[in-house]
Design a protein around this ligand. Structure first.
Ligand SMILES: Nc1nc2c(c(=O)[nH]1)N[C@H]1C(S)=C(S)[C@@H](COP(=O)(O)OP(=O)(O)OC[C@H]3O[C@@H](n4cnc5c(=O)[nH]c(N)nc54)[C@H](O)[C@@H]3O)O[C@H]1N2
Ligand SMILES: Nc1nc2c(c(=O)[nH]1)N[C@H]1C(S)=C(S)[C@@H](COP(=O)(O)OP(=O)(O)OC[C@H]3O[C@@H](n4cnc5c(=O)[nH]c(N)nc54)[C@H](O)[C@@H]3O)O[C@H]1N2
Ligand code: SF4
Ligand SMILES: [Mo]
Length: 747
């Protein structure tokens, strides 16, 4: 295959939401260099160190290229036919012995960044109707999904701060200096923060840690972990108390403003100051500055979601944007209008009349489902607890829950109990080492790329398509095919009878008929068979062609002759840009009333818990998580270039706390919670607020049996060994991995 693709190739980096355009040089069939694409309409020459290692990841000798089957502790590389036959044997065995309810799936983060998986994970869920569904979502943004569902009527209806036009940004629990933005797609977020300040605006950061992002803010406000909801509620209190509520054009679109006004009365700045460790005058000033800004946006991310009050905080971010008239306003918090339609904007078929919560409960702890999922921490106990309904089979799709799930030690111990574990994954790692069969996907450079979800929260309405750069080995299955096969097997089909093309046509036609039935659709009333027959390619390419053609600039399959198609987009290798965000209400609101429900009861009833929190005294240390620019959750530590430099997996601790714990910089520290303990090097720094310590997330490559030769040399520790599985944000089921009580002592 050498030389097939020699030359310079343009490509979008799939590793994070910044979606940077890259120029990849291939020589003798290998990546010889990666540079930013200065002409990319979206990223304009921005890149981070991770984008430059896509070649290392592609050529990584540890990356799996062929399916593997485990026998005891040894792995055998097998053909696709043999691997799928083994999946059929084990999966059907479990279904025969224990029923389909004994099968669960876990969906991990790269699914959202992968061309095939992103488009077909919905097919997998929809075609199987699988009830035992777990995902990285409940360790991440489930509060945002719940707030979107209840306020706006869509799980993925999540507004984004209009970075390029705002004059005031209040940012909580986000560190784009490391993450590059999350539920906020923009290349060079830090440059955009600098631009806000350069045009006379203000950036305020609320975070227990003085992060790299703080260097690009006017003001850093340290806050006690898990108390943002109290701070924001007190700001709402000030807006009402001082007559600063100004709904502007939103009034006609909102229900529940008076309810919020009544609910905030008890949460005065004085009532919350001690708990938040932010003084009352500062809280008043924050509220006044927000209200006074010509255009402002409040934005909260993972530190505000994966904490004790993830839902209340995420809700209050929206409430503040609404009450200051900044929702759906240029320079405020706006809804993107992606050029390609996303199925994520469709209301799930089982939630047609407004979102219903708590429709079923988990077997062991009785956790109610929220948006179709239990807390991820339930998975271990559902596998390990004997009795009817016990989980016996698990399919993991691009996920590493042994690192990313709370109570990680419990999950690591439970997975060997499964009678069938199948992992769709590119590595033999901490999780997949427990699988019976691993089905590897293609590398990022072996498949086309176009982000589906991410453009839903992009700061501009743009888009770009990357064709596959390297051909796959002959006979390789694409991940979308794997998902369709797994779905059919789960539905009881025999392998010999599965016809992927037919399943794909069925899925695509079904989607076309749903879109044809949407009011205002560009293909309203058209025949779905005719639409699918006119679409380009198959699999994810065909779905992308469809999404572009029914999107806001699409050709509507002939109705708008100069409109967008995949072929038209391909003529713009640096992408196309349809401009900045524009106000979109009321078209984005899908609640039964057609109005934004600002005070949904499933959220506001959680204020009782916040009230109790204010009465709870604070003592001891709290642990929070962090990210690093050169890590990507748990799975890029095998790229040598990203691992250069000093050890990143350290415990950050304030000098006063270090002195109290008798620790000096560089000492080995023992960090203990009620879930477990780890030993890690202490890094004494005043970038932490006193009382708070930080460990990075995504480490712990010290497990036996993994095949990650570079990562295993820098194992670090798994901070989820410390996260108790019963700590959850009650309304959303989201895990609490920030604000964990810990004790620190010399090791
Ligand atoms: N304590 C703590 N825990 C956390 C967090 C935290 O901040 N602190 N963050 C949480 C968040 S936000 C998230 S998103 C989760 C992440 O949780 P996960 O999604 O479970 O973990 P990742 O580390 O992203 O694992 C990705 C897996 O996908 C595989 N993979 C990578 N690319 C591909 C591909 O293209 N195809 C396939 N098939 N597989 C692929 C990798 O080998 C790896 O096994 O962790 C959560 N857990
Ligand atoms: N380089 C890199 N980029 C990534 C990832 C990665 O692992 N590495 N992961 C990707 C993923 S899956 C996600 S979800 C995003 C996440 O993107 P971000 O949300 O920007 O995540 P972090 O960089 O972890 O920043 C979270 C911040 O929250 C703070 N924090 C912790 N607890 C609290 C609290 O109680 N209140 C407040 N106000 N702040 C708190 C932490 O100190 C930290 O600075 O990043 C994505 N991008
Ligand atoms: S910021 Fe880095 S990881 Fe993210 S898309 Fe750009 S190059 Fe890739
Ligand atoms: Mo995430």
């Amino acid at each position: 295959m050498a030389n097939v693709s020699d030359g310079v190739h343009l490509r979008t980096c799939p590793l994070c939401e910044a979606m940077c355009g890259l120029e990849i040089t291939v020589r003798d069939g290998r990546v010889s260099g990666i540079r930013p694409d200065a002409h990319d309409v979206w990223s304009k020459g921005y890149i981070c160190p991770k984008g430059a290692v896509l070649g290392e990841l592609h050529h990584d000798p540890d990356r799996l290229r062929a399916p593997m089957v485990r026998e005891g502790n040894s792995w055998r590389t097998v053909s696709w036919d043999d691997a799928l036959a083994e999946v059929e044997r084990r999966l059907h065995g479990v279904i025969e012995r224990h029923g389909r309810e004994a099968v669960a799936a876990y969906i991990g983060n790269p699914t959202a960044h992968n061309f095939s998986l992103g488009r077909y994970v919905g097919a997998f869920i929809g075609l199987t109707g699988i009830r035992e569904l777990y995902s990285a979502g409940t360790v991440d943004q489930w509060p945002k999904n719940l707030v979107g569902a209840l306020l706006y009527g869509g799980m993925w209806t999540i507004p984004v701060p209009d970075l390029d036009c705002t004059h005031h940004l209040l940012m909580l629990g986000a560190n784009p200096a490391a993450s590059q933005g999350s539920l906020l797609a923009a290349a060079d977020v830090l440059g955009r923060l600098d631009a806000i300040r350069a045009r006379g605006g203000k950036v305020v950061l609320v975070d227990p840690r003085r992060t790299g992002t703080a260097e690009h803010a006017d003001e850093w406000i340290p806050i006690r972990p898990g108390t943002d909801a109290a701070l924001l509620m007190a700001m709402v209190h000030v807006l009402f108390a001082e007559g600063l509520v100004n709904l502007r054009d939103l009034r006609a679109h909102i229900d529940g403003v008076e309810t919020v006004g009544a609910l905030c009365r008890e949460f005065s700045p004085e009532a919350v100051a001690e708990t938040c460790a932010v003084d009352a005058p500062t809280i008043r000033r924050l509220a006044r500055e927000l209200a006074a800004a010509p255009a402002a946006a409040v934005y909260g991310r993972i530190g505000t979601c994966t904490q004790e009050f993830g839902t209340l905080t995420s809700w209050l971010v929206e409430v503040l944007n609404v009450l200051t008239g900044n929702l759906d306003r240029v320079g405020g918090s706006m809804f993107a209008n992606p050029i390609a339609f996303s199925i994520a904007t469709l209301r799930p078929p089982d939630q047609a009349d407004g979102f219903q919560l708590h429709r079923w409960r988990s077997r062991v702890r009785g956790a109610p489902e929220v948006l179709g999922q239990y807390p991820l921490s339930c998975m271990a106990e559902e596998i390990a607890t004997h009795g009817a309904g016990q989980l016996k089979a698990l399919i993991t799709i691009a996920g590493n829950p042994v690192i990313s799930a709370p109570d990680a030690g419990k999950l690591d111990a439970a997975l060997p109990l499964l009678e069938c574990m199948v992992s769709v994954d590119n590595y033999l790692n901490e999780t997949t080492r427990h699988a019976h069969v691993i089905l590897p996907g293609q590398s990022a450079l072996e498949q086309p790329h176009y982000d589906e979800l991410i453009w839903l929260w992009a700061v501009r309405n743009a888009g770009k398509y990357s064709p596959a750069l390297f051909p796959s080995e002959p006979g390789r299955r694409a991940e979308w095919e794997i998902l369709l096969i797994l779905a059919a097997l789960l539905n009881g089909a025999r392998l010999a009878d599965i016809d992927v093309a037919t399943l794909d046509d069925f899925y695509c036609t079904g989607l076309a008929s749903v879109v044809a039935a949407l009011p205002g659709s560009r293909i309203a009333g058209r025949d779905s068979g005719e639409i699918v027959a006119q679409s380009q390619g198959r699999g994810p390419e065909r779905l992308l062609d469809f999404a572009l053609r029914v999107g806001p600039h699409g050709d509507g399959y002939g109705t708008y002759p100069n409109g967008l198609t995949l072929a038209a987009l391909q003529r713009h290798p640096h992408g196309i840009d349809m401009g900045p965000l524009e106000p979109r209400l009321p078209e984005v609101v899908q609640t039964p009333s057609g109005k934004i429900d600002l005070a949904p009861e499933p959220i506001t009833r959680d204020l009782a818990r916040l009230r109790e929190r204010l009465a709870r005294p604070d003592r001891g240390l709290l642990l929070i998580s962090r990210r690093h620019l050169r890590s990507n959750n748990s799975w890029c530590h095998n790229a040598p270039k990203l691992m250069r430099g000093r050890d990143r997996c350290t415990l950050l601790i304030h000098p006063e706390d270090a002195a109290r714990a008798r620790l000096q910089d560089g000492d080995s520290a023992c960090v203990r919670s009620r879930a477990g303990s780890v030993v890690v090097r202490a890094e004494v720094t005043d970038e932490m607020m006193p009382g708070v310590v930080s460990l990075p997330h995504g480490w712990g490559h010290d497990r036996a049996g993994i095949r990650l030769s570079v990562a295993a040399e820098h194992p670090g520790v798994n901070n989820n060994l410390l996260a108790p599985g019963d700590l959850i944000d009650v309304p959303s089921n989201n895990a609490v991995v920030n604000g964990i009580p810990v004790e620190v002592s010399p090791a």
